[in-house]
Every structure is written in C-alpha cells, then in structure tokens.
Design a protein around this ligand. Sequence first.
Ligand code: FNR
Length: 383
Amino acid sequence: RVPHVTMCVSCPDFEKAAKAVLPRKSYIYASTSANTGLSLKSNVDDWGRINFRPRVMRNVGNVDTRRAILGHSSPYPFYISPMGTMGALHAEAEPEMVRGAVRKGSHMVVSTASSRTPEQIMQSFEEEQKKLQDASSTQLFFQFYMPVDRNKAIKLIHMVKMLGYKGLWITVDTPVLGKRTADRYLQAEELLAVGMQEDSTAEWEAGGENAYAPAMGGRVVSGQLSPHTTWEDLKWIRKEWDGPIVLKGIQCAEDAKLAYQYGCEGILLSNHGGRQIHTAPSSLMTLLEIRTYCPEVLGKLEIFLDGGLRDGSDVLKALCLGATAVGVGRPYLYALAAYGTQGVERCTDVLAEELATGMHLLGITSLDQVRPNMVNATRLLNE
Ligand code: FNR
C-alpha cells in the first residue's frame, strides 16, 4: 500500500505515504492543529505568497548549502524540529529519527515529551555515529518544556547538560495546550462508542503530543506544563545551564527584543505548527514584523523559524529574509512513519536538492550571498 520511498519526490508525498500506513489516531496526532486550522494553513500558504527576484548569468556552477547552527556546522540550513511521542508513529520512535539524522549529518532538536528518555536518545545517537567511517556533523539539541516543579526542571536541565545536548530550546508558546480540534472529535467519538459521558473520569488519551513523556517523569498533561513561567525565570535557568539558550515560539517583535535583552543566544519564530493560539501569525509574518520593528536583533541573535516549510525554496526564502536556519516538523514525522530511517534520509535529500536548485536558479552559490532583496514580499504585506 505504501509507495516505494523513491516515489517521494517532494514533502507532501511523505504525508500521503504516512496516511496510508498509520492508524487513524496516530495520523490525527501528527496532523492536528488548533481550532479551525487557520494557523496551520497560513504557515504553509504564506511561503507561496512571496516571490523570488532571481538574477541570471551569474556563474552558478557549484552551490554550497552549508550553514552553522549555534556554532555547529551542518551541510544544510535546516534541522529536524522537536516533536513529542514519536512512538505513536514508529515502533522505534526517536532513535529511528536520530539514526536518519546522523546518516545525513543533519541536526535535530529532541523533545521533552519524547517517547524515549534523553539518555536512550543520546545513546542511539552515539551508536549510530560509531557505525560511520567519517564522523557525522549531526548534533542533538534539547527542547525544554518547563514543568510546574522547579526541582524537576533543574534535574532535567542538569541531565541533558551531562548527556551532551548542545543547546536548550525552551518552548514558550505552550503555557497550556492549544485546542486540538481533531483530537476533540476523536475523543467524542471514542466516548460515544463506549457509551460514556463527556465528563467521565475514564482515562482517555488521544495519542496527544503530551500523552507520554518519560523525560518529565510520566504523563505530561496541560496541568504539568507550567503556565507560570516569566522572563525572570531565564535568570535561574541561565545559572543551571551554561550553553546556548533559544526561545521557541516567539511571535512578535517585542518578545524578540526581550529575548535579546535577557541574553538569549537565539529565538525560534514559531506558532508550534499551528497547534497553539488560533490565528497565530505565520513565522514568515513574524520575521517580516521583526525586520520592520526591531531589525537590530537580526544581527545579534541567531534567528530560527519553523512552520509550513514544505520545499527547499521555502527554506531559501527564510534565509534571504534573515533566518539563520529553519526547522522542519511534520514532513520528517510522516517520512519516519512511512519508511523509518530511510524516509528521514530521503526527506533531507529532497529538501537539500530543492534548496540547491533554488540557489542555482536564484543566482547564488553560497548561503553567505543571500540578501533580503532576493525576495519580494509586497504581495503578502499588502493583502
Ligand atoms: C510538535 N511541536 C512540538 N514543539 C515542541 O516544542 N515540543 C514538542 O514536543 C512538540 N511536539 C510536536 C508534535 C507534533 C506531532 C507536531 C506536528 C509538532 C512543534 C514543532 O516543534 C514545530 O514547531 C512544528 O511542527 C513546525 O511546523 P511544521 O513543520 O510541522 O509545519
């Protein structure tokens, strides 16, 4: 039923393949978005609403797609976004994703809400590295959900530091879980099927991203994500963690500025793949807002963004506008679900090839040459 992996020639193909193999519940977990789904839709659509301004006759024989992420060089300016509960999509879960990353040298951010512990994931990373003749450039970073209990938070920070994760990516857009509409339908359907009431206390799991999280010591539900976090918390976190800190989920210029004032090394413009606040700005809109209202942070912080990137050309547009690198989420998850490691490698190849072709056609040979005037965003801004 699943097409051969080579039949996946662009990112949307992985979703079709995954849909064919996954139990409905798992597919809903990956694909669900908040409320009416508008944020998810604008994430994807906005990339198509800005155009390149290609230059021609520029001797573009060889192109170089390398970029450094927080000082760690990568063959690509994109990485695998943190996504929880990969066990809902593939029996080997995060270790399988990590193996695919290592084989291609791409960086990956590991979720707090993973189906495996940070130790298990790091171990599979190290084992895969050993199998390779030439060392892979892959590095693992850690995505941190702030638990309510500060002692638990400190323990987790120390553990990931000791294990060798290279950066702490603190997710700041999730004081509570957004309303995941497809999950709600599924929940209602399951309750109806067993003749229960909506207010039943029966245990129910939608396979949601926080259904199982050994890293935080068990199930993580809304109530266990701290809604009390403030900018001041960065001060004590900084004392426990001496590596780079990236804030994941920045959605306006004011917060980008604050992140700089609080000494973060990076910000990740993201609306959590359209899963959190309804009608969030796409990360592209947030980037354009920052360019207008606080362009000074672009040179001072590493700027990451994610959401709706489905083609290497989208990656290139983000870089032209000042992003250091971008995260890709669902395409990798679908690739993992349908093909395991092979799919993860293929997804990287597809994006890398599209990116390289885009560079040739745009008239540049290295990512050092990207400039804002290589894209035209007026249509998006004037609509
Ligand atoms: C996520 N995302 C996410 N983010 C995070 O900080 N911690 C997490 O545990 C998760 N879990 C998660 C699960 C699933 C199934 C999805 C789809 C997403 C958000 C993720 O890191 C990223 O922001 C988006 O997925 C990027 O959008 P695209 O590429 O999926 O459109």
